[in-house]
Structure formats: C-alpha cells, structure tokens
Design a binder for this molecule. Structure first.
Ligand code: ZN
Length: 111
C-alpha cells in the first residue's frame, strides 16, 4: 500500500493558476473567485494539515473553494478523524494538567 499523502494542499494547488512557491508550505496563486490577473491568493499549510486561504482582494475561503469545485472540507486533511482523536486526547491531558496545576497552587497557598 502506498502511503496516502492526503494533503489538502495537493488537492487544491493543481486546480489553481500561476502557483508560485513562496517558502516552506507557503504559496501564492491567482484567485479563482475573482478576476485575478496577478496572483493575489495566498495559501499556507497549517501545522494540523489544514490549508489556510487568504485572498488580498477579500474573497472568503468559501467562495474560493466553491470556484474550484471544492468545499471547505477539502481544506482539511483526509485523516481528519485521527486529528480529532489526537486533539481529544490532548484536551484530556490538558485538563488533567490543569487540575494538577490548580491542586499545586492550592497546596502552595495552604502552606
Ligand atoms: Zn479573490
């Protein structure tokens, strides 16, 4: 089995015109949602695999993905479920840590 990249950016970039790489996980391309003669749509890949879109002309992400025949869900990696599980586990860990911190602080004040 070939490892699935499931990268949202790989799904979106081929649909855009005049894509240029600006840096690590940063791209600029012509915005499909308005008459764009010079690339004014910036894309970057967030740490969680999400694609962040920003059109300098002010188009919202919804109309940009819509113009590409995609939906907002396509901005997220395929293995969303895995991320959701991770974040739930993380939330639990944070809650436990938070309780510990509160407990420590209370003990500290008590002394
Ligand atoms: Zn635009």
């Amino acid at each position: 089995m070939r490892p699935s990249t499931s990268s949202a950016i790989d799904r979106i970039l081929p649909k855009l015109r005049r894509v240029r790489v600006l840096g690590s996980e940063k791209y600029i391309a012509c915005c499909p949602a308005h008459q764009d003669s010079t690339p004014s749509l910036s894309l970057c890949l967030a740490g969680d695999g999400r694609v962040l879109l920003k059109c300098f002309a002010g188009c919202d992400a919804d109309s940009i993905v819509g113009a590409l025949g995609l939906s907002l869900a396509d901005l997220f990696p395929n293995n969303q479920q895995r991320y959701r599980t991770e974040s739930k586990a993380e939330r639990k860990r944070r809650a436990i840590n938070g309780l510990r911190a509160v407990g420590t602080r209370q003990v500290g004040t008590g002394l």
